[in-house]
Design a protein around this ligand. Structure first.
Ligand code: KG4
Ligand code: ZN
Length: 358
């Protein structure tokens, strides 16, 4: 490389912004924000050529949650193998990649830095653009890999770390209408599961048990008078208190009934607030994102209400709902064609807010 990276990138960006684009545009993305090491190659923001995800869940399970230090070390060990696998699966070499995308926040800082360092090294060595992507933008764009998003839309993002209602006027234009003030929906599932002595992550176990129980235990629905914000920590405490009080009185509460009651309380709030936003903003497309999108009751209730109101609903397959790099590559495609590229001094940000600038 005779020229400085900055010069090469400047020339490439001028070309792209003048509309001189050579399709297909292939973006390689890296995602290491939590406990999944993932590398994907996606063409034109939509066609997945490879999406390799290596989950550390079995390692963290024994601790009952993700241990940040352990997660970072596992990313370091795995990243190059996963990168190689993603290239092999797509049958491509790094020379055929147009840009490198990477999640730079929010997430566990040590974990994010592993992916960011790898991404910078490749971008620098190959003289190609580096594109930093917001993790939640990625979750939303998992939908773009399924069907083109129709704007304006509402995205309900529900994962282990996030619960957000996002309004999008167009590509890469995010307005957070509401979010959780304490625990995320998935976090509440995991904590309640723990109180019920179910394995981590608890969401799928509660979902399964709820089908065999009845929602007969009274539990609170928080912040119903507030337009779009959520709160799940009071609900989690109410479950724990109810279990403790019953144990003290030697009463038996069926796990199935508690699971069904808790699930109904969570889903009631999520559905109510999502459709409040849809009606207020006159929206015709609702997209679901994040690990809790796997929840059968949430899917059922959202589908029912969407049909009733003639709103189209997209729910990605489970493999795209949980953390993966393909969703990051999809966001990066739109950033690529708009010239929203990062510099080599890009840093990871643990609590990066979702805004139109990322
Ligand atoms: O998006 P994700 O894979 O990781 C984060 O970025 O947080 O989401 C994981 C979360 C966990 O809290 C897990 O318990 C929850 O998604 N989850 C579910 C279900 N499947 C996974 N929650 C409720 N019902 C499910 N079926
Ligand atoms: Zn996530």
């Amino acid at each position: 490389m005779n020229k400085h990276w900055n010069e090469i990138i400047k020339e490439k960006k001028e070309k792209v912004l003048s509309g001189d684009l050579e399709y297909p545009i292939r973006i390689l993305a890296i995602e290491t924000s939590c406990d999944e090491t993932s590398v994907a190659i996606v063409e034109d923001g939509q066609r997945i050529l490879s999406n390799v995800v290596s989950s550390q869940i079995d390692i963290h399970k024994r601790f009952g949650g993700v241990v940040p230090e352990v997660a970072s070390r596992k990313h370091v060990e795995g990243i190059n193998y996963i990168l190689e696998e993603a290239l092999q699966e797509a049958n491509l070499s790094l020379d055929e990649i147009d840009a490198i995308a990477v999640t730079y926040g929010p997430g566990l800082i040590g974990a994010l830095l592993v992916g960011l360092s790898a991404a910078k090294a490749i971008a620098f060595a190959k003289g190609i653009p580096l594109i930093g992507v917001h993790h939640i933008a990625g979750h939303i764009y998992a939908n773009q890999l399924v069907t083109p998003m129709k704007f304006p839309l509402i995205a309900l993002v529900v994962s282990g770390g996030h619960t957000e209602l996002v309004y999008m006027r167009d590509h890469l234009e995010f307005e957070v209408l509401g979010e959780t003030r304490d625990d995320a929906a998935g976090e509440a599932y995991d904590k309640v599961a723990r109180a019920l002595h179910l394995p981590y992550p608890g969401g799928p176990h509660i979902d399964r048990l709820a089908k065999q129980g009845k929602p007969i235990i009274p539990l609170p629905r928080a912040l119903m008078d507030e337009p779009y914000d959520f709160s799940f920590s009071g609900l989690k405490s109410a479950v724990i208190n109810t279990l403790h009080n019953a144990a003290r009185r030697s009463e038996v509460i069926k796990k199935e009934d508690m699971a069904a009651s808790f699930q109904e309380a969570v889903v009631d709030v999520l559905v109510e607030k999502t459709f409040r936003a849809i009606v207020d903003k006159d929206i015709k497309h609702l997209v679901l994102a994040g690990g809790v999108a796997a929840n059968s009751e949430l899917r059922r209730r959202l589908t029912e209400k969407a049909n009733e109101l003639d709103v189209s609903l997209t729910i990605p397959p489970l493999s795209l709902c949980t953390d993966n790099a393909a969703m990051i590559a999809s966001v990066a495609y739109y950033a690529y064609i708009k010239g929203k590229w990062s510099q080599l001094d890009l840093n990871s940000i643990a609590s990066l807010p979702l805004s139109t600038n990322n």
